[in-house]
Design a protein around this ligand. Structure first.
Ligand SMILES: Cc1cc2nc3c(=O)[nH]c(=O)nc-3n(C[C@H](O)[C@H](O)[C@H](O)COP(=O)(O)O)c2cc1C
Length: 187
């Protein structure tokens, strides 16, 4: 039976994705996802100016190739705030993974753990901190928090994430108003 999140049918497919690169994955996601759900993820606000500039800025980073060295067994391991990670790539906080798949953040956490990547779950995650932690108990994870004016609420969150073994918090400080997301106005 199809499950729904916010009116969007959720995928329950569970299979390895055969893909060449991330652009291709994005195209294929567009074919199978409901339009509104797709554009919640794959669009920006205000004429998408910042989004375009973020991509351009990221593409300025260069990876310096090392030639003529012993590269039989290259390691991508790194350390972040005392945590040993197998890759410098991390999953940044993204709200509502349930918009894409019924297993939501539980599935993303499992994937991140398999890749040795740091996972961070959003305040607006669709799965509880306990369920996400249980998906990969030994994997390093952070929690993203929109600090509340209600300090009792903040303390309740701190206690829950500490108990669930989260290693730290990403504090979001730039979300005073919601983005003017033009693609979502259309859909
Ligand atoms: C669909 C979507 C949902 C997001 N949800 C959150 C969120 O819940 N909390 C948060 O702090 N940041 C959220 N972000 C911001 C991302 O964590 C990240 O900071 C931002 O996308 C910039 O990184 P990028 O250039 O790699 O996309 C979201 C971004 C996207 C695209």
């Amino acid at each position: 039976m199809t499950s729904y999140y916010n009116g969007f049918p959720q995928s329950d497919r569970d299979e390895a994705i055969d893909m060449i690169n991330l652009d291709e994955l994005e195209e294929r996601a567009k074919e199978v996802m409901p339009e509104g759900a797709y554009y919640y993820i794959a669009s920006g606000s205000e004429n998408e100016w910042t989004w375009r500039n973020n991509i351009a800025a990221f593409n300025h980073f260069q990876i310096v190739p090392r030639a003529l060295t012993n590269m039989d067994n290259p390691q991508l391991d790194t350390e972040f705030m005392g945590m040993k990670l197998k890759t410098p790539v991390m999953i940044s906080p993204i709200a509502c993974h349930g918009i894409s798949h019924k297993d939501a953040e539980v599935a993303t956490q499992k994937g991140a753990a398999a890749a040795g990547a740091l996972f961070s779950s959003s305040t607006y995650a669709n799965k509880s901190v306990e369920d996400i932690a249980a998906a990969a108990p030994d994997a390093p994870r952070f929690f993203q928090l929109y600090l509340s004016k209600d300090w009792d609420f903040n303390e309740m969150v701190f206690e829950a994430i500490k108990k669930a073994g989260y290693k730290g918090i990403f504090l979001t400080v730039d979300a005073l108003v919601s983005g003017y997301r033009e693609a979502n106005l259309r859909t």
